[in-house]
Design a protein around this ligand. Structure first.
Ligand code: SF4
Length: 111
């Protein structure tokens, strides 16, 4: 995720100590809800909008985003941060990174 997204997220969470849980579960998911939903990073916003990151419960968007469209959103988030990236969060969202699109997108954003 971009550094700007990380800063917004840790400010909202009230801590930069966001440790990866053994399960790979996001540390910001509490009682089934995202603690930082209004400022969640772009990779989270893309969840459920591409076929490679489809909702496991069967919810579908009105229109699926193509993988390239999703990558453009990730690049835009990076650009808003002046290209500064933070490598912490992708490890905590291993469940996302395991998905092909997320892996491809993260590698492209990291260059
Ligand atoms: S993965 Fe993203 S949307 Fe889910 S709880 Fe964590 S920050 Fe929130």
């Amino acid at each position: 995720m971009s550094q700007t997204e990380w800063e917004r997220l840790t400010r909202a969470a009230g801590s930069e100590e966001l440790y990866v849980q053994e399960s790979g579960r996001c540390p910001l998911l509490v009682n089934g809800r995202c603690r930082v939903y209004p400022v969640r990073p772009m990779i989270c916003r893309l969840w459920g909008l591409t076929k490679d990151m489809a909702c496991p419960y069967g919810c579908e968007p009105e229109r699926w985003l193509e993988a390239e469209e999703a990558r453009q959103f990730l690049r835009a988030a990076e650009q808003l941060s002046g290209g500064r990236m933070n490598g912490i969060f992708p490890r905590s969202t291993a469940h996302l990174a395991r998905r092909r699109l997320a892996q491809d997108a993260l590698e492209q954003v990291r260059g």
